[in-house]
Design a protein around this ligand. Sequence first.
Ligand SMILES: Cc1ncc(C[n+]2csc(CCOP(=O)(O)OP(=O)(O)O)c2C)c(N)n1
Length: 342
Amino acid sequence: MSPDLWSLYAFMLKSRLFEEAVARLWHEGLISGEMHLGTGEEAIIAGVVSHLKEGDAMALDHRGTAALLMRGVEPVPLLREFLGYKDGLCKGMGGHMHLFSKEHLAASSGIVGAEGPAAAGFALAAQLLRPGAIAVAFFGDGAMNQGMLMESMNLAAVWKLPVLFVCKDDGWGITTKSEFSTGGNLDERVRGLGVPAVNVDGLDVTKIWEASRAAIERVRSGEGPTFLHARCVHFEGHFLGFQPIRVVCDPLKEMPKIAVPLTKSFLRVSGASLLERMAGLKNVMASVINALRDPRRDPNNDPLTRARATLQSELSRLKELEDKLEKDINNVLTIVLGEVQS
Ligand SMILES: Cc1ncc(C[n+]2csc(CCOP(=O)(O)OP(=O)(O)O)c2C)c(N)n1
């Protein structure tokens, strides 16, 4: 069996267009608070979610939008939720991070690592009440350092719970690179708990689809949990308006803004020694130079660009699909905001 790249691309594009619309509304000030998008991780979500069946459950992190959409949650109540409307998916109380859909057995949380216990609970219910059903936990690499996620993996291994643990590894936890927070190798870490680990390119939706098919078959057959480790790039950085990303994408425009406060703090009378100040300045300069090589600047790291390159051989079919999905999302905006969107 081979994947249908057209439907996987449609899944990814629908989510991307929806999140781009959310970003516009957020920049206009219509959505309050932080906004974490899943832009860049769509291939991982699409490749896994396309294998889910009725009765399967999902435990999601603070970037749950794509998974909910791909699982079939209606975009209109979802967007209403983000806007804080009473008729939103969770009565406007959940925002974009704390979402729940009973119908889809899906729950998200802003508590990093909480996907572990939630998925283990879903999986225990499946084991007892719906044999053959599974739970999926989606989380970032930072969550791998949370005790509750490790405890859940351990328990899932001991009880042979049907969980697929999916780590969407972007190499960052907000502004901390994983090399400064994560010890050892994550695949070896979970193997130490008795959980098989599969490593896959998170930018290639076909590879994700294939790897998760095999992993989900194992989980569904009652052999216990599996860990799917996929690398990805978050183009928006940690959240919308993320300053380090603005520096990464447009260093010439952003650097002058930080130059004045930086110079002021460097020249302050009291505080650290000259040597320490020089070291701090060297660090800042190094991160600006590194920014020029940042993978988040490279459009080739976009899973949609990659899938599109293959589909381009049927250009008119591709354009038709893209036009349709764009219209669908514009319709959602029109319904929710009550006006015609350009
Ligand atoms: C228990 C807990 N600790 C800290 C935070 C603050 N926090 C929010 S997102 C985040 C980084 C998470 O990194 P990762 O799990 O890799 O996910 P990513 O944001 O990279 O997708 C942190 C530390 C939190 N929400 N919950």
